[in-house]
Design a protein around this ligand. Structure first.
Ligand code: NI
Length: 259
């Protein structure tokens, strides 16, 4: 059954020790599940550098580098200059994950906003898209996105968690909507509506592994192979086959990352 699907996990953290410790097996299971590509996302300096190394080693991987809002207190002008050099490398296809996180609030909000803006401007200088993390910060985040014209070279709202109204605003700002494991959860209310209404050519799928494991494996460590269950749920919501959803979202992922 899985032989015919071709999936692309647009957001995973196999550079996280939880997955990196078992990487050959993680990649093997991904291949068996039909994955033809994965984007490895950085959230600080070390994980960004590691993402680049992995993309150099494995042809099915692309790297995304940046500082997650919760880690952005670790940024200095000096580290930012190093990040800019890293982001310019050809195997780096986007800047991320960047954004605002008002749920954990691990970095003062003004510091989060400053480095979010700086990283948007960096991506625009490099003409690369951005991968956005937005947790309970919709108001400030969309204001910055509009003011900075952050979607000029493309962008994605990763692990989208808002209403269809908010999704429409993201689409207007030239963003893709990326759907992760929570779409498979029983209490998921807004996400099915977003999935039902989102234009198919703007929809991406991801695992955000090792986090947010989809059903039926919720509670276990997540890994890229499980992106299949996200595609399956989307197919069910849209009344399409999982092969069709896989084909469409993989084409979208390749267009988004310019590969
Ligand atoms: Ni992530």
């Amino acid at each position: 059954m899985l032989g015919r699907v071709k999936l692309f996990d647009t957001h995973c953290h196999i550079n996280d020790q939880k997955l990196a410790a078992d990487l050959p097996n993680v990649l093997d299971r991904a291949e068996k599940a039909g994955l033809c590509g994965m984007a490895v996302i950085g959230c600080d300096w070390r994980s960004s550098l590691f993402a680049v190394h992995l993309a150099e080693k494995y042809p099915q991987l692309v790297a995304v580098v940046g500082f997650h809002p919760s880690d952005s207190h670790g940024l200095t002008e000096e580290i930012f200059a190093d990040l800019a050099e890293l982001a310019a490398l050809p195997q780096v296809k986007a800047v991320g994950e960047i954004g605002l996180d008002y749920y954990w609030d691990e970095t003062p909000r003004d510091v989060q906003r400053k480095w979010f803006v700086e990283q948007i401007r960096l991506a625009k200088r490099l003409k690369k898209p951005i991968v956005i993390h937005d947790r309970e910060a919709h108001g400030d985040l969309y204001n910055i996105v509009r003011e900075e014209k952050a979607g000029e070279f493309g962008g994605v709202m990763h692990c989208f968690s808002g209403s269809w109204e908010l999704a429409k605003e993201a689409l207007r700002q030239n963003f893709y909507i990326s759907v992760a494991g929570p779409v498979t959860y029983k209490n998921s209310r807004q996400l099915p509506e977003v999935v039902k209404n989102c234009p198919l050519d703007r929809l991406l799928i991801e695992t955000d592994s090792p986090y947010l494991t989809p059903e039926p494996y919720r509670g276990k460590t997540n890994e890229p192979a499980n992106v299949f269950f996200v595609a399956e749920k989307i197919a069910q919501i849209r009344g399409m086959s999982v092969e069709e959803i896989a084909e469409i979202t993989t084409a979208n992922a390749k267009r988004f990352y310019g590969i």
